[in-house]
Design a protein around this ligand. Structure first.
Ligand SMILES: Nc1ncnc2c1ncn2[C@@H]1O[C@H](COP(=O)(O)OP(=O)(O)OP(=O)(O)O)[C@@H](O)[C@H]1O
Length: 467
């Protein structure tokens, strides 16, 4: 799938939740992403009337949503995104059909859901992750031959996903023809369940074949957060056969987990022993110097992407990095918060640079919140249910009435705000895809900016949760 298609798929998920069903089905779903050039994203529309309507009514919404989706996919703001709507005649004039059939190779190289920013170059190596990094590099240089599977484990937000993507990106760079699939175990399970439901209908019997082809006719499988598969019998069984098929053909498998195989209680024995066949490498919390170096690298990347980001002095980075109990994702969150704060208050520090004092001000409440460990998805949902007088099964269920969707999104937002649970972990609790959690987080964040009453509601609920 091309980068444009991946971005559009994610944008569609968001728009589907935001727009009335009729508008979404009639106008938005019909758009055909055809071509991207220097930030302009061309969509083919069915008629001049459709084009006018898109330009007048939906263009801005689509632009903002694509920007949000871009940031969520790649972890950096989507620079200048401009949607453009063209009729089939325009598309001939612009010669877009010709561009669509550009060399096979380029199209192929884009067919991946890897984050291009997660590479070995952007991964900072220190004592805590040097073994995992070396193992990942060895695998990237000799896929299917060095260690198979490579099993990476470690705490939340310490770089497992980053390293997996780095393996994939490196293999793709050396061999643009390689078929690489990155998937979380949660998505693997959801796809499997959907496939099983659909194949109950005999007309769809070849879906099973399609599913198997997707996971077995590839060169590299990167599967993230495998711990969620433990105890799910059908998924474990399917994964067992996928694993065997790939390994028998010397195809590389990289697995990540929050714990080593021997501590995964509900994991079937046959799976455990296969996970132990290759190499098991752990990632620990990086030391202080490495944390500073990681933050520095993030700042450099951010400023390269967006020169308007104010310069940040080393003492500010040291201030952030000294928060010992925070994982890298939390530190990145702190850095983002400092940048946002500085942007809003830049008139009050004439030096134009972000220093430790500014960082300290920006992060007044950030690190002093209660231990993130004591706040669980269940404890948040309990308080939210009480506040809105709804039942837990309605919040965690699939109903889409506003009376449930709104508290559900608030609960998702609060979990991201008060804890360092990953999107996948929260998604798993709500039985949804991680993009739904990202969307809820962004949506509530945006609404809070415009609506002081909502801000107060969220603060009240958060205060109750903190006790
Ligand atoms: N050594 C590092 N160098 C650069 N960035 C890092 C490093 N370690 C972690 N990060 C960054 O921290 C963030 C969180 O990392 P990542 O998502 O890979 O964590 P994870 O271990 O997969 O977490 P989870 O268990 O929640 O899935 C990412 O933005 C990643 O780029």
């Amino acid at each position: 799938m091309s980068v444009f298609n991946v971005l559009w798929e994610k944008t569609l998920n968001y728009l589907e939740e935001d727009l009335p069903m009729f508008q979404f089905n009639v106008w938005i779903k019909e758009l055909k992403p055809v071509h991207e050039e220097n930030g302009t994203y061309y969509f083919e529309v069915s008629s001049p009337m459709h084009k006018n309507l898109m330009e007048e009514k939906y263009a801005e919404k689509i632009r903002l949503t694509m920007q949000l989706a871009y940031e969520e996919l790649y972890g950096v703001p989507g620079a200048d995104i401009r949607p453009e709507f063209i009729t089939p005649q325009d598309s001939i004039k612009l010669n877009i059909d010709e561009k669509k059939t550009q060399p096979e190779k380029r199209e192929h190289a884009n067919k991946t859901n890897l984050n291009p920013h997660y590479t070995f170059d952007t991964f900072v190596v220190g004592e805590a992750n040097k073994f995992a990094n070396a193992a990942a590099l060895a695998v990237a240089q000799a896929p299917g031959q060095a260690y198979n599977p490579l099993f990476l484990y470690g705490g939340v937000g310490l770089g497992k996903t980053h390293l997996m993507h780095a393996v994939g990106n490196q293999i793709l760079q050396d061999n643009p023809e390689a078929e690489i699939v990155y998937v979380t175990s949660e998505t693997f399970m959801n796809e499997l369940i959907r496939m099983i439901q659909l194949t109950n209908n005999r007309a769809n019997i070849d879906l099973r074949e399609q599913f198997r082809r997707k996971y077995r006719n590839i060169d590299v499988l990167l599967i993230d957060d495998i711990q969620f598969i433990a105890g799910k019998d059908v998924a474990q069984d399917e994964f067992f056969h996928t694993f065997n098929a790939l390994r028998d053909m010397n195809k590389q498998i990289v697995i990540s987990s929050d714990r080593p195989p021997k501590e995964m209680e509900k994991l079937e024995e046959r799976m455990r022993c296969r996970f132990e066949w290759g190499l098991i490498a752990d990632i620990k919390m990086p030391d202080y110097e490495t944390r500073v170096a990681i933050l520095l690298k993030k700042v450099q990347a951010l400023r390269a992407m967006n020169p308007a980001v104010l310069p940040i002095r080393d003492d500010a980075l040291h201030y952030i990095a000294q928060q010992k109990n925070s994982n890298i994702r939390t530190l990145e969150g702190a850095l983002q918060k400092v940048i946002m704060y500085a942007e809003l208050h830049k008139d009050s520090f004439p030096s134009g640079e972000i220093d430790a004092l500014v960082a300290q001000k920006a992060l007044e409440d950030f690190f002093s919140s209660p231990s993130v460990r004591s706040i669980t998805p269940k404890s948040v949902v309990d308080v939210v249910c009480e506040y809105f007088d709804v039942r837990e099964e309605d919040i965690r269920g699939q109903k889409r009435n506003r009376e449930y969707v709104f508290p559900r999104q608030i609960a998702m937002f609060i979990l991201r705000d008060l804890t360092d649970h990953s999107y996948s972990r929260i998604a798993e609790f709500f039985g949804r895809d991680h993009s739904t959690i990202m969307h809820a987080e962004e949506k509530i964040k945006k609404q809070m900016k415009d609506d002081p009453e909502l801000k107060k509601v969220v603060e009240d609920i958060e205060a109750k949760i903190k006790g």
